[in-house]
Design a protein around this ligand. Structure first.
Ligand code: MRU
Length: 356
């Protein structure tokens, strides 16, 4: 997708360097961060320089390619498997991270002790994970755009656009496709406390693409649904369980409940790399709890041009808690938009599209 008319991918492997759009600086500043080795890449995932399921999956894959390129001849496989563990420990919820790491690990293992071939296979596999992510998201747009009728008002939560993937995005891809087809659409963008991915990233993306939108406080969504001002909700996902339960950014569950109560169709968009067939239900999905400081503090620009961390509302010393994701039960979901088509959020629907 384009920034100021120039096409960018969110994640890219360039030789031994991983290039990432530096997301915490957006929308104030556009910068490409350069990660020189797999440890730096892991740190970028942990600190959310890169975030969003598909983007961290691609970054994990690229980090594994870096590890294969860095690994010494003696102890090559030990080095690579330690790197995989290091990358896995960065964030627990998004299934794509594990998919990306394991895909490259398998490509390396397939070359046995032929180390030059293993390094080459790792780079090829990482690039393939990136290309596949972009292609899946583009296909999600084509499958999902029919849900968006001319003049519709659509709600989304967090950022599941191209910044959260290598390109196109999941929840926003159908919106981009409908908009490019000439349909008028207004997007109600949930701010997404505490990290503000909606206000900072989704609003930035939609603005770059010229899609009409308004940012709202997370707690305004239910009321807008009740007033009939939201006709459709599309969100992304970090992990989909085998029974169709969906983990996504904290606040998604509340929106789904409000959508159900008000007859608003609630769709989830995700590539099939987000499906975890080893999680029987949403209750088995590990939910990340991040530092309470993300609730108690935020970053922003003062009127006199200083970019600073400031305390938000809680009094000094107040304990803040920060569960980063929640699980929406399958019965609240109208359908899951994948690169293979729209399927029911059910055991059968998920099985019909899941990768092996
Ligand atoms: O914590 P983040 O920003 O990495 O959150 C992940 C997400 O981007 C969202 O939960 C999103 O809605 C689904 S993943 C594209």
């Amino acid at each position: 997708m384009n920034i100021e008319g120039v096409h960018h991918r969110t994640v890219r492997l360039d030789g031994r360097t991983v290039l990432l759009i530096d997301q915490p600086l957006l929308p104030h500043q556009f910068r490409i961060a350069e990660m020189g080795d797999h440890r730096a890449t892991a740190e970028a995932i942990r600190t959310m320089v890169v975030r969003g399921a598909g983007a961290i999956g691609a970054t994990g894959a690229c980090g594994m390619a870096q590890a294969a390129l860095e690994a010494p001849e003696i102890g090559f496989h030990d080095y690579v498997s330690a790197a995989a563990n290091f990358l896995r420990e960065t964030r627990p919820t998004a299934q794509n991270l594990f998919y990306g790491i394991n895909t490259v690990l398998e490509a390396i293992a397939a070359q046995g002790d032929h180390l030059a071939a293993a390094r080459e296979a790792a780079v090829a596999a990482a690039n393939a994970v990136c290309d596949d992510d972009a292609a899946c998201c583009e296909a999600i747009g084509q499958h999902g755009k029919g849900l968006i009728l001319d003049g519709m008002q659509v709600n989304t939560h967090c950022n599941a656009g191209w910044l959260a993937f290598v390109d196109w995005g999941s929840a926003l891809s159908p919106i981009y496709a409908a908009h490019r087809d000439g349909r008028r659409v207004h997007v109600w963008v949930d701010e997404t406390r505490p990290r503000g991915q909606g206000a900072m990233l989704t609003a930035f993306e939609l603005g770059q693409e010229g899609v009409d939108h308004s940012v709202i406080a997370d707690n305004a969504t239910g009321w807008l649904m009740k007033q009939g001002r939201i006709q459709l909700t599309i969100v992304g996902s970090d992990r989909i369980a085998a029974n169709g339960d969906v983990a996504n950014k904290i606040g998604t569950y509340s929106s789904a409940v409000c959508a159900k109560a008000n007859g608003v169709p609630f769709y989830v968009a995700a590539p099939t790399t987000t499906i975890d067939p080893n999680c029987p239900t949403g209750g088995d999905i590990p939910i990340e709890e991040r530092s309470g400081d993300e609730v108690g503090f935020t970053w922003g620009w003062s009127d006199d041009g200083v970019f600073a961390r400031v305390r938000t509302i809680p009094p000094k010393g107040t304990r803040c808690r920060n569960p980063a994701f929640d699980v929406t039960p399958a019965e609240l979901i109208a359908g899951i938009i994948t690169e293979k088509g729209i399927v029911p959020a059910s055991r059968e629907g998920i099985a019909s599209v899941a990768r092996r």
